[in-house]
Design a protein around this ligand. Structure first.
Ligand code: HMG
Ligand code: MG
Length: 287
């Protein structure tokens, strides 16, 4: 890695906690985010302004954003599916927005009750609102190799959605193995297709770890030049609309893997361990 910097985007407070069965009080989420703020992340995905009927766990997102202690140098980001979500996120003073689309129709329908093209059309007003508020927008693509409903996904299908997201002004696209069952060969083929239309610096890898191969997929992506990866403290998470999906790649596991390969990640591992203990505790007190 030659000391190359790799950014780990901490998504546990959103991608992790959105999937917990217990209703987690706002104060617990705030405490976790405040601890994560000390670890050295540049970005923490702290909230999600989606329909509370679809994802009840994210209902307190405005209160979470109001409750956290913002650390200088950390961007607190949030997911938004439509203009209503963007308005709420801007009102909550989120630092960066993320829109999310799927490369497969089955997951798009299950997750956001819309076709891929309908979802992309909803992002137009989100991008306009973000520009007005001076915020950058990340684009997520789910199911970049496999869909729980439609099966294998072609690299061309991912490339089409990536082109649309870059075309509307997303500064970065995060490529999601939603199910966590991607194999490195197919991740590599998918990346090859996306790198025909984007620079590696515009891409992030977002691997869930159901099959325990997330680090192998990170390795392939590092080889393709990617230097931003999403991870979740203590491997929290899953996705409510991807049955059987395990949590995101664990932040600590990723940090150790990167360090072993000579990459810098800028995280304080001692403070990360404290956040991990808190996250594990949040998961264990399940009702
Ligand atoms: P819908 O039911 O088709 O939409 O949901 P609707 O426009 O008919 O609205 C239904 C109700 O939701 C209405 O309320 C709206 O006002 C309200 P009612 O009048 O019935 O009381 N509503 C909202 N409320 C709060 N905030 C909003 C909002 N929008 C509408 N932004 C919708 C469509 C997209 C809203 C819904 O399907 C939804 O919110 N889905 C979110 C699903 C989700 O959050 N999934 C998890 C995140 S994606 C993920 O985890 C993958 C990722 O990690 C990458 C990877 O791993 O692949 C990013
Ligand atoms: Mg995810």
């Amino acid at each position: 890695g030659d000391g190359d910097m790799v950014e780990i985007v901490e998504v546990g407070p959103r991608d992790g906690l959105q999937n917990e069965t217990r209703a987690i009080p706002v104060a617990e989420k705030v405490a976790l985010i405040d601890l994560l703020s000390e670890v050295g992340f540049r970005r923490i995905e702290a909230a999600s302004f989606v329909s509370p009927r679809w994802v009840p766990q994210m209902a307190g997102s405005a209160e979470v954003m109001a409750g956290i202690t913002r650390k200088a140098g950390v961007r607190y980001t949030a997911l938004v599916p439509n203009l209503k979500g963007a308005e709420a996120a801007v009102a909550a003073a989120v630092d960066e927005l993320a829109v999310f689309a799927s490369a497969s129709e089955g997951f798009s329908r299950a997750n956001i009750n819309a076709s891929i093209d309908e979802s992309l059309a909803r992002f137009g007003p989100v991008m306009a609102r973000a520009r007005e508020a001076g915020l950058q927008v990340r684009g997520y693509i789910s199911c970049v190799t496999d869909c729980p409903y439609d099966g294998p996904v072609a690299p061309e299908a991912v490339a089409r959605v990536a082109a649309a997201l870059f075309g509307m002004g997303c500064f970065e696209v995060s490529l999601g193995d939603t199910l966590g069952r991607a194999v490195p060969e197919r991740v590599d083929a998918m990346l090859a297709a996306i790198l025909d239309l984007a620079e590696p610096g515009q891409l992030a890898g977002h691997f869930h770890d159901t099959s325990g191969r997330a680090l192998e997929n990170v390795e392939v992506a590092l080889g393709r030049g990617l230097r931003v990866f999403d991870a979740s403290v203590a491997g929290l998470g899953g996705c409510p609309y991807a049955p059987g999906a395990a949590g995101n790649l664990s932040t600590g596991k990723l940090a150790r893997f990167l360090a072993d390969r000579g990459f810098a990640h800028g995280l304080n591992l001692e403070l990360l361990q404290r956040a991990e203990a808190m996250a594990v505790g949040m998961r264990e007190v399940r009702g």
